[in-house]
Design a binder for this molecule. Structure first.
Ligand code: DLL
Length: 446
């Protein structure tokens, strides 16, 4: 039989108690030792860091405790662009085993590099993350993250292999075929962006394949913001536990943090390899545990591309209270969005994921949506394109009533006034990877 079968009890294998349940005091001591080393490595080998530390009047030796990290300068995405392509690397290019890059919306891509040892640690951390998410050795892992320069595909791939799983390297797209193979190979774990998982669920339903009756048990979804409402929807439609996974190429790729399938309540950030801070995105003042702000990450073990106080732009809060799973590593609460994704509509701050939370599960609607921004005079206006659920009435009157209902809910839940365009089934574009949630039509075409 294809399924989780005997290996499902392999909890001992996938859980590394020495690392994952280390007392917080020991974790802090390990972080301090590693932080001193990485600051020295960055200062000695990356001119950008040397200049930055000198300008701030700090040396690696200035760090006596973890709290001293606040004396060191931040690193920004623009620093990677300004040093394109290899200027931020701490080792000669010849010593690198792999490069990845993100396209970025404007200008040059952001290039990141790994030594063989970096790749090895990434596979370990991704295996740890998958285990935390519920995967077990012997499982079939269907990997629908895109392969290529994007870190999702190869990151999940090597992690699943490291855990002892059988990997199906699907990449994104060809959704009918994905559904067929998910079912035929008896996949236990689906790795995908949440928006692509939704596309898979929809195509499965349309082709009469009930994945709820298949061995599929866990979804490891990340690479974009998503809501609790979408988690619930995906869990019901696919018959799985859906967990959130976080990462970014500048820091490593997927596997920087992952939820446990036990609590499904915040993502364990792997503190033996990363130092996490939250700061006020405007004043850059440090925030306390529990306070919302911008996530800042320092790598503690990366050789090729050490990152010191990297400003992720991701908005979240940290939680160091004990978790039901027994892991001691702090939790990064669900990332609501990037501060550069925040829309300001008639003075109200809105993240696309807040709109999603209202729309998913809304009676008579499919969970697909897109936000269109236009300019009305001096003000930005937002139209939310929503889609009718299969079988919903779609005469003009019914659509108008639905639009009014949705408009009212968005106003009362988020406080923003917007227009609603009710589309027919299939008219809102489907995601193949990271979903494009916002169509910006504010700038006149040249
Ligand atoms: O998206 C790495 C990844 C691949 C993570 C597969 C998880 C799964 P980048 O393309 O560099 O790397 O994009 C990183 O995506 O700064 C966040 O803004 C966003 N992001 C990633 N994971 C989540 C998540 C990969 N779970 C950027 N929730 C990050 C919200 C996320 N946003």
């Amino acid at each position: 039989m294809i399924g989780r079968s005997a290996v499902h009890s392999a909890e001992v294998f996938m859980f590394d108690p020495a690392a994952e349940t280390m007392p917080r005091k020991s974790l802090g001591a390990l972080q301090l030792e590693r932080l001193k080393r990485v600051l020295g490595h960055a200062y000695a080998n990356v001119p950008h860091y040397r200049r930055g530390f000198d300008a701030a009047g700090v040396k690696p030796e200035s760090l006596a405790s973890l709290a001293d990290i606040v004396r060191f300068p931040f690193t920004l995405k623009t620093d990677l662009r300004d040093n394109y392509p290899f200027g931020m690397f701490a080792l000669p290019r010849q010593q690198l085993a792999r490069l990845h890059a993100s396209s970025g919306t404007t200008g040059k891509p952001t290039v990141v590099g790994y030594t063989g040892a970096d790749l090895d640690r990434w596979a370990d951390l991704m295996a740890r993350s998958l285990g935390c998410a519920g995967a077990a050795p012997g499982d079939v892992v269907h990997n629908a993250y895109g392969y290529g320069l994007f870190t999702g595909g190869l990151g999940a791939h090597y992690g699943a292999e490291r855990l002892g799983c059988t990997v199906v390297p699907m990449s994104g797209g060809g959704t009918e075929r994905q559904v067929q193979l998910l079912n035929d190979f008896g996949a236990n774990v689906l790795c995908a962006t949440p928006s692509y998982a939704l596309n898979i669920a929809e195509v499965a339903e349309a082709s009469g394949i009930d994945l709820r009756r298949s061995p599929l048990s866990y979804g490891v979804f990340g690479a974009e913001p998503w809501s609790e409402a979408l988690r619930k929807d995906l869990q019901e439609r696919l018959g799985i536990k859906a967990v959130d996974i976080y990462g970014l190429s500048e820091i490593m790729g997927p596997g920087v943090a992952c939820e446990c399938h036990v609590a499904q309540s915040g993502l364990h950030g792997w503190e033996d390899h990363f130092l996490f801070e939250v700061v006020d995105p405007e004043t850059l003042a440090p925030k306390q545990f529990g306070e919302v702000g911008e996530l800042v990450i320092t790598t503690l073990t990366k050789e090729a591309l050490p990152m010191i106080r990297y400003r992720t732009r991701d908005i979240t809060r940290l939680d160091d209270t004990p978790c039901a799973c027994g892991r001691t590593h702090l939790r990064i609460m669900r990332v609501t969005g990037r501060d550069d994704d925040m829309l300001i509509i008639r003075g109200v701050n809105v993240y696309p994921s807040q709109v999603e939370a209202v729309l998913v599960g809304f009676p008579g609607l499919s969970p697909h949506y897109q936000i269109v921004l236009t300019r009305a005079g001096a003000l930005d206006a937002m139209t939310v394109e929503v889609e009718l659920a299969p079988g919903a009435a779609d005469d003009d009157g019914a659509r108008e009533r639905k639009a009014a209902e949705v408009r009212h809910h968005i106003k009362s839940m988020i406080g923003v006034t917007c227009d609603i365009a009710v589309k027919r089934q299939g008219e809102v574009p489907r995601s193949q990877g990271k979903a494009v949630r916002v169509k910006d039509q504010r700038k006149a075409p040249n």
